[in-house]
Design a protein around this ligand. Sequence first.
Ligand code: PRP
Length: 180
Amino acid sequence: MPTVSDTLPPVLISEADIAGRVAELAEQISRDYKDKGDIVLVGVLKGAFIFLADLSRRLTIPRTIEFIAVSSYPDSDVSSGAVRLVMDVRGNIEDRHVLIVEDIVDTGHTLVYLKELLESHHPASIRTCALVHKAEHAEVDVEIDYLGFGIGDEWVVGYGLDYAEHERTLPYIGTITPED
Ligand code: PRP
């Protein structure tokens, strides 16, 4: 079982920088969807719960909230990209404008899977929003329409992101060095 150090992870993206960028994204999304009626934000559990909460409360357009949960197949390796649906959206998204809200896009497999899955519900449109993107790790091409921050190859925790389920509630995004 991995352990987490007692000391706080060093800051990669501060609380103030996150808040500022979330406000900018919310402004941009509100502007883009202003004439489209309401949108449905689909938060991807678990990691997106804090980003979704902050982003959604800053929007100035009508919006509803859904959640979806996925996980990698337990006995597949990371790079295989096999994603499994754990919980589908509860509401009807047919003919709705859908915005998928992710905490992090790493290889891109999860977002590709989610876009295909949600397309099968026949929404009016689908766009994607992610707080952070590890471009160096991309294995598949997937468009992120609204991106908070590009980051390097570091292991990040906080603001919803975990290491073995720890550190999700850290108010900033920090880096850790996983222990063996
Ligand atoms: C993270 C993140 C994305 C996915 C991205 O979820 O929330 O859903 O990984 O990875 P990918 O681009 O390589 O597919 P994770 O599996 O860590 O689950 P969690 O959100 O419950 O922490």
